[in-house]
Ligand binder design. Structure first.
Ligand code: SAH
Length: 264
């Protein structure tokens, strides 16, 4: 049933457990009633935004919302076993919006914007708060489409130095640097760190990282890695970096295929 194309998924953060009845209200309900024309007896999927997904059936359609009964719940199948945090140097609005959507789709858990020497936009605090709200909305919209159970956590923007500190508790910290010839190879990383469950990765601004920033990152224990011989746009680099990390250590690669083969 989960992958039945007719079953529609919605984000419903107030859901707590299976076996409960409650009213879905808010902006989604108009779409559910008027566009999808959902009615009593129809099955829907609900994400709680914290990693669980539920199957529910519609009981009644009311003017104030839609009354549903939750039938069953399970951990979301769309979550990667790898916890990835992406630190992104500030870019122009449209690129940041696109990155938030794409990284949500790629299973990133946390997103940390940071200021850096060559970043062009230096937004003030009020504007940053508004942008942060917008990024949260984009991530919430994206999980419905990509069938993830967890919303990407959008952290308040920090300085470059604070960003380096934030990476400290992770199993692996990587800065992707356009002037670095060496790719992030499995061997070079695994010999340093053992099992990788939590990865922190930083992507630079359109203007690139300064050499001082790269040296500070190295001193803070970050691996400096390249993404091949072409310079990618920052928003492309973020997507490529996470795809490769999910391939090497997460749920896009051979390890995941092996797991599937073992179950069948
Ligand atoms: N202005 C710089 C390019 C910056 S690209 C120049 O022209 O040299 C923006 C960011 O994307 C970089 O800071 C880096 O984090 C990432 N990036 C782009 N291409 C990359 C590559 N080939 N290897 C590693 N990182 C790359």
């Amino acid at each position: 049933m989960r992958f039945d194309t007719v079953m529609r998924y919605f984000l419903c953060e107030k859901i707590r457990s299976a076996d409960e009845t409650f009213l879905i209200d808010g902006p989604d309900t108009r779409h559910m009633k008027n566009v999808l024309r959902l009615g009593p007896g129809d099955m829907i999927g609900l994400y709680d935004g914290r990693g669980m997904e539920y199957t529910a059936t519609i009981e009644t359609v009311l003017p104030e919302g839609i009354q549903v009964r939750v039938l069953s719940g399970q951990p979301s199948q769309g979550e990667s076993p790898l916890t990835v945090t992406v630190a992104q140097a500030m870019l122009k609005d449209r690129k940041m919006d696109r990155i938030v959507r794409q990284l949500t789709e790629l299973g990133v858990c946390e997103w940390l914007p940071f200021s850096s020497q060559h970043a062009i936009p230096k937004p003030d605090q009020r504007r940053l708060a508004a942008r942060s709200e917008r990024w949260k909305r984009i991530s919430r919209e994206a999980i419905k489409q990509c069938r993830r159970g967890r919303v990407m956590k959008i952290r308040p923007a920090v300085s470059f130095e604070k960003m380096l500190d934030e990476g400290q508790p992770y199993d692996l910290r990587v800065v992707f640097y356009e002037s670095e010839p060496a790719f992030l190879s499995c061997e070079s990383v695994l010999t340093q760190t053992g099992v990788l469950r939590r990865i922190f990765t930083a992507i630079g601004p359109e203007g690139g990282f300064s050499t001082a920033e790269i040296e500070a990152a190295r001193a803070a224990g970050f691996v400096i890695a390249g993404l091949g011989p072409r310079i990618l746009r920052a928003d492309t680099a973020a997507v490529v970096a996470v795809s490769l990390l999910q391939f090497l250590y997460g749920d896009l690669g051979q390890k995941n295929l092996d797991k599937t083969a073992a179950i069948e």
